[in-house]
Design a protein around this ligand. Structure first.
Ligand code: GPP
Ligand code: MG
Length: 291
């Protein structure tokens, strides 16, 4: 047997893996009311969950239309609180700074960062439809010269080395290999730059991925990493954690309210609650310095 092959025997590799294409298909087709109806409230379209205490009095609203509206508004408030928490950890940014939003979805997170710091933002999504949607939103807001969305692979952005003061993944790390991801963040961030992620990870003190974690993986076509993998991969790529916060408790009220929102449920709500409550799954904030 020989280990060398003539070039002609090489198999052509696709620019995008089969897995990545399936993920793109999912997001190109996705139109969940829980994302679109919440986003419509103030044109901030988020693709992450919420944190903090919920005002459950919205459930007692007697008028059915108004009840739906108030529940939608409360869930959006909790998702917005999550986005603001992430943005608050990006460091002292100025309008001259540039930030990178890895897995930007329909764009809400980059707008939040821009409104907070005046910074420029580049969001990247593997879904052409999401990038178009997000760019149209930025145009309507009149911030499209500052906030741009790109249909690209977050592992291989082609953006300029060292050009970014901060970067983040808001619930998008579970779609990629962490070593490849942190290599790209590390390349894009300047020394002293900030990296932030809010993510769901499985708790390896509990063991391997639980049934609930596997169900979440199947629901979103993702591959949730163990908690330990984050710290190993960050250490290997010059990202040193400065703040780690377990947001699991803070995530429960969102899911408890969302499971009662008949007009918005997607069917994954009870699985999240079970996964968080049985200890197999954690909602984690990790803030790291690029050294
Ligand atoms: C939510 O997006 C996040 C993901 C799909 C990634 C998986 C996250 C984990 C923490 C495991 P979304 O807002 O589009 O989801 P949904 O449609 O359920 O609201
Ligand atoms: Mg959502």
């Amino acid at each position: 047997m020989t280990l060398t092959h003539p070039d002609t025997a090489r198999t052509a590799l696709p620019a995008q893996t089969t897995y990545q294409s399936r993920v793109a298909d999912y997001w190109n087709a996705e139109e969940n009311p829980v994302n679109l109806e919440l986003g419509r409230i103030d044109d901030l379209y988020h693709h992450h969950y919420g944190i903090g205490d919920a005002d459950r009095s919205v459930l007692n609203e007697p008028d059915p239309g108004r009840r739906r509206e108030r529940i939608t508004g409360e869930l959006h408030r909790l998702e917005h609180a999550q986005a603001e928490l992430l943005a608050s950890h990006l460091g002292d940014l100025s309008p001259a700074d540039r930030v990178f939003d890895a897995g930007c979805g329909r764009g809400g997170g980059s707008v939040v960062a821009h409104l907070r710091y005046g910074c420029r933002a580049d969001g990247v999504t593997i879904s052409a439809k999401q990038a178009d949607f997000a760019n149209e939103q930025a145009r309507r807001r009149g911030i499209d010269t500052k906030v741009r969305y790109h249909h690209r692979n977050m592992l291989d952005t082609g953006f300029t080395t060292g050009a970014y003061a901060a970067s983040w993944n808001n619930e998008s790390t579970m779609y990629v290999e962490l070593d490849l991801l942190f290599a790209e963040h590390s390349r894009l961030l300047r020394r002293g730059g900030r990296y932030v992620t809010i993510t769901g990870c499985y708790n390896d003190a509990y063991g391997r991925a639980s049934r609930e974690v596997s169900l979440i993986n199947a629901h979103y076509i993702c591959d949730i990493h163990p908690r330990s993998a984050y710290f190993r991969a960050m250490a290997a790529h010059r990202l040193v954690p400065v703040h780690v916060e377990d947001l699991t408790e803070a995530a429960l009220p969102y899911w408890e309210l969302r499971r009662e929102a008949e007009h918005l449920v997607t069917g994954i709500e009870d699985t999240f609650l079970q996964a968080y409550r049985n200890g197999s799954f954690q909602y984690l904030l990790i803030v790291a310095d690029r050294v």
